[in-house]
Design a protein around this ligand. Sequence first.
Ligand code: ADP
Ligand code: MG
Length: 464
Amino acid sequence: IWRNCLQRLQSELSVTEFNTWIKPLQVRETDNEMALFAPNPFFVDWIRQQYLDRITEVVNSKPDNTQLHISLHVGHAQSDTPEKSSANPVSAASSELINGNHQSLRTPSANNNSSYSGNPSSNFPQNNLNDKFTFNSFVEGKSNQLARAAAEQVAENPGISYNPLLIYGGVGLGKTHLMHSVGNLILKDKPDSKIVYLHSERFMANMVKALQSNSMDAFKNYYRSVDALLIDDIQFFANKGRTQEEFFHTFNNLIEKNKQVIITCDRYPKEIEGLEERLKSRFGWGLTVAIEPPDLETRVAILMSKAHQAKTELPHEVAFFIAKRIRSNVRELEGALKRVLANAQFTGRAITLDFVKDALKDLIAAQDKLISIDNIQKTVASYYKIKVSDLLSKRRSRSITRPRQMAMTLAKKLTNHSLPEIGDAFGGRDHTTVLHACRKIDELKSESVDIEEDYSNLLRTLST
Ligand code: ADP
Ligand code: MG
């Protein structure tokens, strides 16, 4: 039962929310009771306020109509007796009295996904663009400048500037947002254009349905009749031969007619194993642009802009603090901000630096753990196919020095550790060695495409 519930919630909530709040829950199910275990009292409170209603609803939406009693505890499901917590178990009935506002926490994209679970036999959706994802609400920075410019070009001249446009980059960096922006702008100019956005998994599912119901012609006609086809997260096509085949033909058909195709992917498409060569080579016909993780300045700008949209004044030092701590991607950044805003709202406290430090305590701890020097060393070592112990050793051959310098540079960029601390973590080296490494990599990056590429690949791997 819990597994089903998880699936439902995953499709409804943003990744951050789901991973932060729902995934850590442990469960013990008995015949008429489901006990949920959370790591601390704050967590329990938050679950009760934000998610319990929905969990109760989902859990009890079983066909047999039996009602499970849901209780919340601090502790672990494995331990024989649940630790008695300050939080009293909450029954399904009483939880209805608590006025949670999980609705406001849902991201627009999550809402947008709801059309995925629509009636399977209904017609294909007309357009499912999220009107919140526009160029106006997309904050520009060095990391996304190129992708944004290309997207604007395409929106202004659909079908003739770059076709296909392929945007790739790590999760939560704004690919879907940009893609919708193009669709929305095209629609603004030509309101009766037929723009279809869909996730690749949805394309696949629709195809399977069409196959089962013998309606492949309708399927083909539908996707070949659009003015623009926006296909998100193409990496899901990997190893799905039939889907790729179908997509290949649709793609060719559209390109031939100068209909715009936009594709996103979580990595450089040539790197996807299990994707047919002919598709990869077709993608190369248009323009392929990367979105990188945003730099500090851009992260601050994004936070200010999102706060502004939520009609909240965010003190600059607070935006700076959050942006400095949450480095991985924009989705996480947004998640952190939402959490701050929600906390401020229900505690009635002002958004000061201290308040934010407290509100984001566990999130920050989790982030710091995620990008530790240790983790960077492992990632870099495996990227260059050497051993972590080589990185820490005294060996000075080029094949070891370069990765070592790379790892140090990434450690400086991605963690809050000081130069001496980083030196220490690399086999007790001096802080000047670390400084030298950072300068060296910086210099090499501008001279050598290979180093530049290694750097951005590693950055992408580490920060997603
Ligand atoms: P991706 O598709 O790359 O995983 P999304 O497009 O879903 O990422 O972006 C995640 C969230 O971050 C969305 O809510 C989006 O609006 C926001 N976002 C990403 N980049 C920007 C940006 N440059 N400016 C404003 N919001 C952004
Ligand atoms: Mg996306």
